[in-house]
Write a protein that binds this ligand. Sequence first.
Ligand code: ATP
Ligand code: MG
Length: 137
Amino acid sequence: MQQTLSIIKPDAVKKGVIGKILDRFESNGLRIAAMKKIQLSTEDAKAFYAVHKDRPFYGELVEFMTSGPVVVSILEGENAVAKNRELMGATNPKEAAPGTIRADFADSIDANAVHGSDSLENATIEIAFFFSNREIL
Ligand code: ATP
Ligand code: MG
């Protein structure tokens, strides 16, 4: 059993597809162990994406992630980290496999609908960034 962190990004929240995206997780064996809708501050977004701070798109990424509310959740299940990445599809929706969340709901490499932890180690760090133990059920 693994846990991974998912973020439904501002573009998908604005489109009104929170429920459709959560259904992808629940229909594919990922249980929602924690969830909240929040507005990230610039400081939050900078800290969360600090691994990308030297990349040319860092400023745009921070701006985009703070452009509206997001839905943060912990997904739990067998191979949850890889399973979630598989359901999400490639970073660039134009390259995402048909039937993936990004192929179906994302518009561009910036506005790409969802975030998912890319390793078990990062999942632990990202979960602790957003949730306290009493919020995980
Ligand atoms: P995420 O971390 O959001 O789950 P990812 O792991 O598929 O996405 P990363 O390489 O970690 O992709 O990049 C983080 C985010 O930065 C991407 O989701 C995307 O929104 C943005 N990004 C990545 N590459 C580019 C790029 N070349 N141009 C613009 N934005 C980019
Ligand atoms: Mg990533």
